[in-house]
Design a protein. Structure first.
Length: 282
């Protein structure tokens, strides 16, 4: 079976609304979530307008809609996403689809959208959801005792967290993803200080093929981005560990599948000593 996730579009509203209202799904979802096709359509349209801050996704198997899941930004500065609304149609349960889709969702949020941490919460009585969270690597971080009025009584909330480092990437590859996440955050906010913190004090940034050349030292690197900020975000295509660092092909978010260059990073003490960015664009 070919399992994939994609961002929902307006034509998915009827399916998503119907699934969330299903007798075997609705009792386990938050009582506060939007209900009905109109409300779901509004959430989908907002997901399309604000792709970095929230998302309604559809799970497909061989092109057929079978489930849904959502996220929203809980803390933009610290890059924390809150996950909710995972549901697979009862006819497709027991096949491992939710686990496959959730793992793909984790990687999309952490590696493509640049979140640092994922959080979710489920009712304490929802044993299926608790087992699912633990199977895909979420760590149970606590319990909100009698936090929610649901089904005629007070219910606990079970809280879980997952970090990008929990993916088990090589240290240099993980740091390269952190650099790109801070780069993209800088594009959106204009704050380049966090990007500079990825480098050692005398770190070097080399932009091969660009007229601006090289910059040495955190202050110079941050200053360069402030003076000439990029107007698009970066997407890492494939990243691999290499002696002393990592190498990755990258694209621009505007055309995410078209490789435009390479990034080669050398580490010193867990920070970037040297980053070379090449361009293959004509």
């Amino acid at each position: 079976m070919g399992v994939r996730i994609r961002r929902a579009v307006p034509d998915d509203a009827e399916f998503v609304a119907g699934l969330l209202a299903h007798d075997e799904v609705e009792p386990f979802l938050s009582a506060r979530r939007p209900q009905g096709r109109a409300a779901v359509l509004e959430e989908i349209e907002r997901s399309m307008r604000e792709p970095h801050s929230r998302g309604v996704f559809v799970i497909e198997v061989d092109g057929r809609q079978v489930g849904t899941m959502e996220f929203e930004t809980d803390n933009s500065r610290s890059r924390i996403a809150y996950l909710s609304g995972l549901a697979v149609h009862p006819d497709f349960r027991g096949r491992g689809l939710a686990e496959q889709a959730a793992r793909e969702f984790q990687r999309h949020l952490l590696l493509d959208l640049g979140f640092h941490r994922l959080q979710l919460e489920t009712y304490g009585f929802n044993e299926r959801a608790i087992r699912h969270a633990e199977r895909i690597g979420f760590v149970r971080e606590g319990t909100k005792r009698k936090a929610y009025r649901r089904h005629g009584g007070w219910q606990d909330g079970a809280m879980f967290g997952f970090l990008r480092e929990d993916l088990g990437l090589p240290a240099a590859v993980d740091l390269l993803h952190e650099y790109v996440a801070r780069h993209n955050q800088g594009v959106r906010t204009g704050d380049w200080e966090p990007l500079g913190e990825c480098f050692v004090d005398d770190g070097c940034l080399e932009l091969e093929g660009a007229p601006v050349g090289s910059f040495v030292g955190r202050e110079a690197i941050v200053g360069a981005y402030r003076a000439r900020p990029p107007d698009d975000e970066v997407r890492i295509l494939v990243a691999e560990e290499r002696p002393g660092g990592a190498e990755a092909g990258y694209s621009w978010a505007a055309d995410p599948k078209r490789r435009v260059g390479r990034m080669l990073v050398t580490l010193r003490g867990g920070e970037i000593e040297r980053l070379v960015v090449t361009s293959e664009e004509a």
